[in-house]
Design a protein around this ligand. Structure first.
Ligand code: ADA
Length: 555
């Protein structure tokens, strides 16, 4: 399953799922499932290295062939019949390649994959989550004609109480002949079309704006979705299409309030890593749905994709369930030295471009985040935060921005985002009163460029080893984790200045042993309210009981 709905009725598309041949760098061969992590194989559970995936594909007609990889972890080089057609860094964003003039018949796809921690990898580094290896998200193969639809972006806006929508359709001419094409867009019973001339090899954008009467809004818990169908005609012959699902919702920041369609909302939920027991980050839709069911059972209305763009099928699920998403680029805990890796700026820029290019239409995404706990206390770091926020706004002005800081009392970037977010572990890393420490943080924020903005407690929590029950309520017991989460939730429930909070974290996740083993029992981050197999800890019921206290604040 590439997405939770069919994206094409005209364009032939198939998912290249199943068993691929994998040849490890030492030549040993394996049969590995795709999507999947090679770590799920008993001989590769700790494998950090390189290897090549192979499979043969049958192309049904002479065509231009498009391959889309939703996630290759963490670096991939793609070859088609032995010719290199793509290189991509970063496990968490999609990429595609088009091979022109492919003949009908059998062809070979090879993907060389590397999950090592090298100087060339500035974002995938030993960290408090695990960098797996493999073709970890779906792979799609599509047969194109001379012209096709590269992408469609839909921007809903509420103007004087009426919904407008601006649809931008990007089309490309792969042929060596000039073309006159027609773009047709239909959505919510409204259709329109536009003609465009496409020189040989050129790309063009068609922008169509329409009013939409009688549409149902998308909001928390009322996830009304509509299919947007774009069709492309070449000399009046229907040659391609692109279907996406969109929602009529608008996100605004008004003073300290975050509003969806003009209604104040309090974001409450979890930080969720893409990690599940021994299958690693290649979580199938069935288990994504289970995570969603559990988070909603607890009363969540939001989820933070810590610390990277997520699998589109999970975002589709958030769209369907009315779950608000803070999606962020790929970064966790980089000091200035790490931010000054020569590849860092470009790798962040690529990640942001791909995150917004592919995820723009998801109504559930209401916040773009960047650079979790990086060097926002330094002038050099500030330049990088500033540049990345400018890049986001150049791609999408419809969503507010933020970043989760831990540079308490020293951060010099809180003027840059639309909202202020901070990570704090009162009661866990610091045995102090949650409420007192919270007041200190909120008072400090009011003395910075973040004054008056919406504030989100983006991380709080405590560790507990599943099954570790201890009447002394010592740290790492389920009892202590429940106590700490309870004290935090009660403190945030009574602070009307807050607009949201995310518990760290939903489920336990694997971490890299380098640097982390001493503070991560089992080489896991054990702060989940469920363990890595989603077995609930005592804190689960505390959250279920207290989340209802967190309600939207008065305007
Ligand atoms: C930080 C970080 C998280 C996680 C957490 C923890 O806030 O953002 O990724 O490492 O600390 O568990 O300590």
């Amino acid at each position: 399953m590439i997405r939770l709905f069919e994206q094409h009725k005209v364009r032939p598309q198939k998912e290249l799922e199943g068993i691929w041949r994998f040849v490890k760098e030492d030549g040993k061969e394996y049969s590995l499932p795709v999507p999947g992590c090679w770590e799920q194989h008993p001989e590769l559970m700790n494998y950090r290295g390189t290897g090549s995936f192979y499979r043969r594909v049958e192309v049904s007609q002479d065509c231009n062939l498009r391959l889309e990889f939703k996630g290759v972890s963490h670096t991939g080089d793609v070859y088609f019949d032995g010719e290199k057609i793509a290189h991509h860094y970063n496990a968490f964003t999609p990429f595609s390649a088009v091979v022109r003039n492919v003949k009908k018949g059998s062809h070979e796809i090879k993907v060389f994959v590397d999950n090592r921690f090298t100087e060339e990898s500035s974002l995938h580094v030993p960290n408090d989550y695990y960098t797996y290896g493999g073709l970890t998200r779906p792979v799609a193969m599509e047969e194109l004609g001379d012209v096709y639809i590269k992408n469609v972006h839909f921007l809903p806006t509420l103007v004087d109480g009426k919904w407008q929508g601006t649809t931008t359709v990007k089309v490309e001419n792969l042929s060596e002949r000039d073309k006159n094409v027609t773009v047709k867009v239909s959505l919510a019973g409204v259709s329109e079309e536009s003609q465009v001339s496409l020189a040989a090899g050129a790309t063009a954008e068609v922008v169509l704006t329409q009013e939409y009467e009688d549409v149902k809004e998308w909001n928390v818990g009322e996830a009304n979705l509509y299919y947007l169908e774009a069709r492309l005609l070449d000399d009046w012959i229907l040659v391609d299409d692109f279907i996406d699902r969109v929602g009529f919702r608008q996100v605004t920041v008004e003073g300290r309030r975050i509003k969806i369609n003009g209604k104040s909302v309090f974001l409450k939920g979890f930080n969720r890593h893409e990690d599940y027991g021994k299958i690693g980050c290649a979580i199938p839709v069935q288990l994504m749905a289970q995570d969603m069911d559990l988070m909603q059972e607890l009363g969540s209305n939001a989820v933070r994709t810590c610390h990277y763009p997520n699998d589109e099928r999970f975002l589709d699920l958030c769209d369907e369930r009315g779950m608000l998403v803070w999606e962020e680029n790929h970064a966790r805990g980089f000091d200035l030295k790490k931010m000054q890796n020569p590849h860092f700026d470009r790798q962040c820029e690529d990640c942001i471009n791909e995150m917004i290019e592919y995820h723009y239409n998801h109504p559930s995404i209401v916040i773009w985040g960047i650079l979790n706990e990086c060097a926002s206390e330094t002038p050099e770091g500030r330049e990088k935060y500033k540049k990345q926020f400018e890049q986001i706004k150049s791609l999408d002005t419809s969503r507010p921005t933020t970043f989760a800081t831990c540079r308490h009392f020293t951060d010099i970037c809180l003027d840059l985002p639309d909202m202020v977010s901070f990570n704090i572990y009162s009661g866990w890393y610091q045995d102090i009163s949650v409420k007192e420490r919270h007041e200190q943080e909120m008072d400090w924020i009011e003395s910075t460029g973040g004054a008056g903005k919406p504030v989100i407690v983006s991380e709080f929590g405590a560790g507990a080893i599943y099954g570790n029950r201890d009447r002394t309520r010592a740290k790492w017991s389920e009892e202590r984790q429940a106590d700490i989460i309870k004290e935090n939730l009660l403190a945030y429930a009574e602070d009307d200045r807050l607009s949201g909070t995310f518990i760290w974290q939903f489920a336990d996740c694997r971490v890299t042993q380098e640097e982390w083993f001493a503070v991560r029992p089992r080489s896991y981050n054990n702060k989940g309210v469920v363990d890595e197999y989603r077995r609930p800890k005592e804190a689960f019921d505390v959250v279920k009981e207290l989340f209802p206290l967190l309600q939207p604040r008065e305007e």
